[in-house]
Design a protein around this ligand. Sequence first.
Ligand SMILES: Cc1cc2nc3c(=O)[nH]c(=O)nc-3n(C[C@H](O)[C@H](O)[C@H](O)COP(=O)(O)O)c2cc1C
Length: 172
Amino acid sequence: MAPDLRGAMRHFATGVCVATTYTDRSGVRVHDAVTVNSLTSVSLDPALVSVCLRPDSAFLADLLATKKWALSILDDSAAVAARRCAGDRASRAGALAGLRAAPGAHTGALVLDAPGWLECVLWDSIRLGDHTMVVGEVVAAGVGAHRPPLVYLRGRYHSLDDDPNQDRGVTT
Ligand SMILES: Cc1cc2nc3c(=O)[nH]c(=O)nc-3n(C[C@H](O)[C@H](O)[C@H](O)COP(=O)(O)O)c2cc1C
């Protein structure tokens, strides 16, 4: 029997990001955004991160063509945007139109108003099983307003109130 990877990983809490890239069609730049929770920090020097995407993803095709993307780490007010950016392209375009975002200075990919963001340039892409891991060199990173992060756990969004006072008494 196949291992219940999905069932086990439901209990692994992750942050939630919106990845953005774009394509230039007849001189018109069309942006796209998808929700991802597979962000991993891979290396500090050089600064590398990875995300895993489905090989048949339209978003992945655009990313591999431009070789540029951005990742915005969402706060707990962004659950609706996360839901919409996990939908089809029309839903994603609608979500993007309603978000506060600006093209990143280094990549042109949209950077959202978010607690943290990264601009990436393609370093490598590797087909692994039923996903493609894209590894990006982080060419710019920034920190926005400190707000409680959006957390994905057991198929639902949660807010993590990381008020430093709550951490008192935590021992290692
Ligand atoms: C919380 C959450 C995390 C997700 N993380 C990923 C991910 O890491 N990789 C992925 O391929 N899809 C992920 N998805 C699904 C994509 O957001 C969704 O399939 C999106 O429509 C993909 O766009 P595409 O049609 O271009 O593939 C996630 C969805 C949710 C709700």
